[in-house]
Design a protein around this ligand. Sequence first.
Ligand code: NOJ
Length: 613
Amino acid sequence: MRSEAAGSASPEPAVSFDTVAGMTIASAPEPEATLDRPDTSVASPRPDVTDETIESPGEWWRSAVIYQIYPRSFADSDGDGIGDLPGITDRLDHLAALGVDAIWLSPFYTSPQKDAGYDVADYCDVDPLFGTLADFEIMQNKAHELGLRVIVDIVPNHSSDQHAWFIEALASPEGSPERGRYIFRDGKGENGEIAPNNWESVFGGPAWTRITNEDGTPGQWYLHLFDTSQPDLDWTNPWVREQFRDILRFWLDRGVDGFRVDVAHGMIKADGLPDYTPPADGGSMGGGSFEQSISDNEDEPESPPYWAQDGVHEIYRDWHEVLAAYDGERVLCAEAWVEPLSKLARWVRPDEMHQAFNFSYLETPWTATALRRIIDESIAAFDSVGAPSTWVLSNHDVVRHASRLALTAENPQGAGIGPNSAGLPDAAVGLQRARAATALMLGLPGSAYVYQGEELGLPEAIHLPDESRQDPTWFRTNGERYGRDGCRVPIPWEADKPGYGFSPTGESWLPQPDDWAPLSRDAQVGVEGSTLELYREALFLRRENLLGFGTLEWITGLGEAVVAFRNGDVTVVANTGSVPIELPTGTIALASGDVSGSILPGDTTVWLTTDAH
Ligand code: NOJ
């Protein structure tokens, strides 16, 4: 096994060529071996690819690869078993070495952690679990020094019930301005004992909770599309809008490069809050299925009264202006589970957000027909408003793609999988497909998101003990839905350390599977064929060939199960089937699996170049 070079400085290495199984492979410069490997060591961070040597032909976010850090599971510096900001700072070198352009941090704000920080009690402070504002500044400065942009999460649809705004609302009378910050309504029935409507919480159970007045009598109901501890704010109230402008400015003034906007499709509800019964195949976060992403219908299907209401766009136009007053290409990225794609494109019109997660892509099955179709639709939809398409395969809400792509049952979306789920994946098939899917994704023009741990090939942790589960989904459905803990398990850094090096004490807020040592970062760095090296190589070639800024030209005739396209000088060929195919001519620059001669096996993707650089 090759080991990492200590430190990051290394002379300008030239790209070299090896022959693997009869094909030519362009490989990134090898890090030098060292006997003594300090914890902070990193693999050589591609000194030949810097902002000075490659001129960006457009705004950074149009082509960026953005790495999602889920702070509680990334790296724990103080040993309490929960990741924190200093832990992130200590490990940032690794992300620079991986070759991503930016990081996005899930919430680290003051929070009772009922929904892992998506229940915010103070939008302008750091929860002591994660550190302090000073720790944030140190982390951000280091990221910027390393050339990594920093995007933070903003959670505007709801606050925590422990936010001063909600505490004051509860203590204030019906009809008061304080109550007007949230969506309080009288109940129906003789004594107001029936919820104002039939809406269901995303996490299961009713979306309304009745409060008890100070004198002990039952009071009004408040809306919470998620957990009871996450009351929805009333975005028709100008006061709420003003607070969030200030929150945006608070973080912009501190130098953040942008925001990932949580539930960006939910802030405005239909007038009158009409009853609604979702279809059986509706996704948990509001997204539907792959079929619903495609806009064959002339008439756009109507959205539920709590998702994708037209009124949200006015808010984003307002936010766009807030960001535009700052220098440095600050961005907004919508977490909007909206289908079809033609509708989602409205979130990224030129005066609204800059990007929206392409969850339709994430939900697409591993078949060539579906993939070609979704790629076409995505590029057309986002192009129509002058925005880049984004691509994403995993995040902290869905089954990791190294497991999802091998499920033999329906994709359960936010409901997760566990020991008793149907159609559990074969791990080897899942990893092979995940690698092929990533190599396909990173060859596409536009911007891509990578979720922490996917570069290690981490699967979903399926066999978590019931008593360790923490997702509100698990509790609100009495264990009927496993929820999202399986994709949130702390990541393994060093195979031989307690907790795989996640925490100095070996503590981990969710148990780490016993068989993750070979997936640890240090077991993969410098190892030919490892998933980590595949990601590094793909990110290096993507940047070197400006693939993010490229255009896609389909190649046909290679077989029904094949997705093939040209993006500039690179030809991407993905075989989603099980029957090997004959490759077109070219030099293999990247291979997601073993390739022998000119035969591309199933579940494998290659990148071909016509010239050897
Ligand atoms: C989407 C976030 O990604 C998810 O983790 C969270 O539970 C909900 N929004 C509610 O904030």
